[in-house]
Design a protein around this ligand. Structure first.
Ligand SMILES: Nc1nc2c(ncn2[C@@H]2O[C@H](COP(=O)(O)OP(=O)(O)OP(=O)(O)O)[C@@H](O)[C@H]2O)c(=O)[nH]1
Ligand SMILES: [Mg+2]
Length: 550
């Protein structure tokens, strides 16, 4: 006997058997209903005194039978897919008079059903009115669904279901093509921030999320801030909100939801299941960006390690399928890349990468020793991502790579020779950008890179003084440096002075001290060098003999 789902408790064995026999029914693929099925369904429903639900596929085969309403049906789990409609339709009974309810219609919408049908069962167990609904195309002004006028079921017997569904599919993909052409076909994403009382801070996180999304090559089509006193352990923002988000995604033709807070593995899975959208959180997004930008073998190994460590707990219950691997922007979504890698191989890979990174760390250490013996002071350039570190390093040493207006442009720290007045030769080293709520996985994996910061004699902290939130970014960097156990003196550079409002520069100078500079225009560099030289001399660095004359 095939399994009957839903509220089957208390039913007699013979009743269950007859309900289960519904699996043997088959409808013509272009018809909503046949008279025989209408009568059978109505009579059975009346007899057991409960509604019955059937899920049918495009071929008209019954794939699920359940006792209960639309919401009681467990739909076949499909991976995330490119298809616009799910290819399933739902046919169910309503005991007594009554049209499609709001919960019925949200099942139609959330499951992207081809069609939803409700057959009224009259008091004598005969089939009565038939209620039908289809999804409406996203750009339509009406609701998300189109409800047809209820009619006695036999009047709908020759409705061309197949034709309706194909026309809808066609319209859906046409609209999608139009949107793709219009914005250059980056992956369209809805960004979701959560405000549990943080206020402006939550807005800042959302703005930054948009920046990160663009850096990763996505198109942030909407930013939504959700206000909630407390977060839902299962759905984070609650089931109702997810329904809204799914509706919005549908209208905006977005395929991805990106959350500004980290999701637990279970939340990510649930949200993905309920919305059918690809789900990413902030950490994954940052990891994606790091993966895109990592150019050296060492940086690549570090990023891969971080990604694997983040993924591992998220694979629980996924069996051998690592469908979330490569679930990032621009790559394919879960359900499509079913890499058959088992956890054991994953563990091996992690061990291999860790060993490799240890080798790199060793080599770095040797290089540092060599430098120490020569006694050349090291100045590390640190700061929030996109603050202008690389540009400043370049200005201070007049060589090297161009700065890039993308977050995390630098993943490989560069070290370059430069000169400071009264000190002589020094080495400047560039570093990876900092960011608030730095993902733990990255902090660990990038330890090797940041070790150079710990070894530095002096730090230049580059702060973008031209953007809002400078104080906050300053604090984030300072706290992270404390976390890393960095003790070296810090010279603050208030960068992008050419663009900053004079009052902001003045205000930041008063609050934090620091030297206004423009790495781009080359102003303030002399003063910055003097401040660095002073800090080094205060530390007891011996000036090189000839340097006293520079
Ligand atoms: N107006 C202005 N723009 C600047 C200045 N310094 C840097 N920029 C711009 O800011 C952007 C980021 O510069 P980068 O030097 O790449 O910043 P970064 O801190 O190295 O960034 P990551 O390595 O990505 O963390 C680039 O578009 C630069 O041209 C400045 O003094 N004034
Ligand atoms: Mg850089």
């Amino acid at each position: 006997m095939d399994k009957v789902f839903g509220r089957t408790q208390g039913l007699k064995k013979s009743e269950l058997k007859r309900i289960s026999n519904l699996y043997r029914r088959r409808l013509p693929k272009d018809r909503v209903l046949t008279p025989e099925l209408a009568h059978t369904l109505a009579a059975l429903s009346a007899e057991v005194g409960r509604p019955l639900s059937l899920v049918l596929d495009r071929e008209g085969r019954v794939v699920r039978v359940a006792v209960g309403d639309a919401k009681d049906v467990p739909f076949p789990e499909e991976g995330w897919s490119e298809r616009r409609l799910s290819g399933y339709r739902l046919l169910h009974t309503h005991l007594g008079p009554g049209g499609l309810s709001r919960p019925d219609l949200s099942v139609l919408f959330l499951r992207r059903l081809d069609n939803l049908a409700a057959l009224e069962v009259e008091a004598d167990g005969r089939p009565g009115l038939l209620h039908l609904a289809f999804l409406s195309p996203p750009r339509a002004l009406e609701e998300d669904w189109r409800v047809l006028p209820p009619k006695p079921f036999h009047q709908y017997l020759d409705l061309d279901l197949w034709g309706e569904v194909m026309a809808l599919e066609e319209e859906l993909s046409r609209q999608a093509r139009v949107l793709e052409v219009r914005d250059g076909s980056g992956e369209r994403a809805l960004l979701v921030g959560v405000d549990t009382g943080e206020g402006p801070e939550a807005e800042a996180v959302l703005r930054e999320l948009a920046e990160l999304t663009r850096t990763a090559g996505g198109v942030p089509v909407r930013q939504i801030l959700v206000f909630r006193k407390s977060l839902d352990p299962r759905y984070l923002v609650g089931l109702g909100k997810l329904e809204e988000l799914k509706s919005l995604a549908y209208h905006e033709n977005a395929s991805t939801l990106i959350f500004g807070v980290d999701l637990t593995p279970a939340q990510a899975r649930e949200i993905e299941r309920v919305t059918g959208l690809k789900v990413l959180d902030r950490t994954q997004l940052i990891l994606d960006i790091f993966a895109l930008h990592a150019k050296t073998p060492e940086a690549q190994a570090q990023v891969e390690l971080a990604q694997l460590r983040y993924l591992l707990p998220r694979l629980v219950g996924k069996g051998k399928e690592m469908s979330r691997l490569g679930g990032g922007i621009g790559t394919r979504g879960p359900g499509e890349t079913k890499l058959e890698v088992d956890r054991r191989r994953l563990q091996d890979r992690i061990a291999h990468l860790s060993r490799k990174l240890q080798d790199y760390a060793l080599r770095r250490q040797e290089a540092r020793q060599k430098r120490k013996r020569r006694g050349v002071p090291l100045v590390a350039v640190v700061g929030y991502t996109n603050a202008g570190k690389t540009t400043l390093l370049r200005a201070l040493t007049r060589a090297g790579e161009e700065g890039e207006d993308k977050l995390f442009a630098t993943l490989r720290p560069l070290t370059r020779r430069g000169f400071l007045p009264g000190v002589g030769e020094v080495l400047f080293t560039d570093t990876v950008g900092f960011i608030r709520h730095m993902p733990e996985e990255l902090l660990t994996a990038f330890r090797a890179t940041l070790e150079e910061v710990r070894e530095a004699d002096v730090l230049v902290h580059v702060l973008d003084a031209s953007e809002e939130g400078a104080l906050e970014r300053h604090r984030v960097v300072r706290d992270l440096l404390l976390d890393l156990g960095v003790e070296a003196p810090v010279v603050l550079a208030l960068n992008k002075a050419d663009r900053a409002a004079p009052y902001d520069l003045y205000f930041l100078g008063e609050r934090l001290g620091g030297v206004p500079v423009s790495a781009l225009k080359g102003t303030g560099l002399k003063e910055l060098k003097e401040a660095l030289a002073r800090a080094l001399l205060d530390l007891g660095v011996r000036p090189q003999a000839w340097a006293q004359y520079t």
